[in-house]
Write a protein that binds this ligand. Structure first.
Ligand SMILES: [Zn+2]
Length: 108
């Protein structure tokens, strides 16, 4: 599985339509799905503003991406270690027991 943590204006979203489309879907279904920030549980259907998106896709031939978002307040205030911890917790719902690998470590 590949993961991406990007800001909404990141140009990577233009280069990877899979992520751009997943984000467009996330935005267009906020009212139905009521997503919330995994760190503080603020609802994006209400006042929270998404500041960073966490995408997860299959490593080989991905056809869809899961999307989670961190709110502006958490993104600005939480230390990177906290963001990573919360992101790991979110991703473990996709892959139980999964964890982030150091890119160098993963290549061995
Ligand atoms: Zn938050």
């Amino acid at each position: 599985m590949l993961t991406y943590l990007v800001s909404p204006d990141d140009s990577a979203l233009d280069h990877y339509p899979l992520l751009g489309n997943a984000l467009a879907f996330w935005r267009s279904t906020i009212q139905q799905r009521q997503p919330f920030c995994p760190a503080c549980r603020a609802s994006f259907a209400e006042e929270a503003q998404p500041a960073a998106f966490l995408f997860a896709t299959a490593a080989i031939a991905p056809t869809s991406a899961s999307v989670s978002a961190f709110c502006m307040a958490c993104w600005n205030d939480l230390p990177p270690a906290m963001i990573e911890r919360e992101a790991t917790r979110v991703l473990q719902q996709v892959i139980p027991g999964g964890r982030f690998l150091d890119p160098c470590e993963a290549r061995r």
